[in-house]
Design a protein around this ligand. Structure first.
Ligand SMILES: Nc1ncnc2c1ncn2[C@@H]1O[C@H](COP(=O)(O)OP(=O)(O)O)[C@@H](O)[C@H]1O
Ligand SMILES: [Mg+2]
Length: 266
């Protein structure tokens, strides 16, 4: 459902968790610069799953890194519960997972997942260990805690990477094309499993992807970005059932929503 400006305006008064306000960004290049983002504004409510879909090179990773406070916007402002991303990242926690799961090859899956705790508090107690094991179970890889990353398939590695991103109980989960390196069947299995975890845990998730089906399947709302410099071209509410099963992917409603989103992508 394409949201018109009136509906968007009506939403302005709601309490938002994340506020991205008129963000532009330029990379310096030789004596000149490349504009990656152009006047991007959007909001995210607590417990909402928002996807941003756009073609390769349109500035998705740059935008996510700005939201994470890893790079600064050239213009505009990002705030989370009235705080800057840098402050928020250190104090309350933002979980981040990338296209390629980055796990240390010399550590077991369990040790990798416990790493954020070890970094934060210098030690790992039994409660954290039990929590890590229950995260592994929730994400469908229990029994592999003592395996090393090279013993796991791509899909399992991505499950482990998401478990690690959730270990510090972040208030915001940022995902940069986490499924794009996986083949189709594994990817769709992960959508279904992750969707259940995110929704049951009421996680606040911001996902960037170039896959229209992925964005529509996983989200409550989808923003469409233009090619570089990225601008927000359209916004869609996704009124699919809360429980996102395989049946959803073949429903008429899902297919029509994907077509609507595709119509706004350049
Ligand atoms: N470190 C960098 N220096 C200069 N240009 C960059 C840098 N990183 C990305 N870019 C350029 O900025 C644009 C957006 O990049 P990126 O955010 O990675 O896009 P996406 O994630 O959508 O593929 C691209 O055209 C890319 O070439
Ligand atoms: Mg990218």
């Amino acid at each position: 459902m394409l949201l018109g400006s009136e509906q968007k305006l009506a939403a302005v008064n709601t309490d938002y968790f994340l506020d991205v306000d008129r963000v532009s960004h330029y990379y310096s290049r030789g004596f000149g610069f490349t504009q990656s983002l152009d006047d991007i504004s959007f909001n995210l409510r607590s417990g909402e799953i928002l996807s941003i879909v756009g073609s390769s090179g349109c500035g998705k990773s740059t935008l996510l890194r700005i939201v994470a406070g890893l790079i600064a916007p050239s213009e505009g402002k990002v705030s989370m519960e009235e705080q800057s991303p840098t402050r928020y990242r250190t104090e309350t926690g933002i979980g981040f997972a990338f296209q390629k799961p980055v796990l240390f090859p010399w550590k077991t899956v369990l040790e990798n997942i416990l790493l954020p705790v070890e970094i934060r508090s210098g030690k790992v107690d039994n409660i954290e260990r039990v929590r890590a094991l229950s995260l592994l179970e929730m994400l469908g890889i229990s029994g592999f805690e003592d395996s090393y990353p090279n013993q796991l398939s791509g899909g399992m590695l991505q499950r482990a990477a998401i478990a690690r991103a959730l270990m510090n109980q972040p208030n915001l989960l940022l995902l940069d094309e986490p499924f794009s390196a996986l083949d189709e069947i594994i990817r769709e299995n992960l959508w279904i499993d992750f969707s259940e975890v995110w929704r049951s845990q009421k996680l606040t998730v911001l996902l960037v992807t170039h896959s229209i089906r992925e964005a529509v399947f996983l989200s409550d709302r989808v923003l469409v970005m233009s090619p570089r410099p990225g601008q927000v071209k359209a916004e869609f509410a996704i009124p699919l059932p809360q429980e996102r099963t395989r049946a959803v992917t073949i429903s008429k409603e899902f297919v029509e929503l994907c077509e609507e989103v595709r119509g706004k992508l350049e």
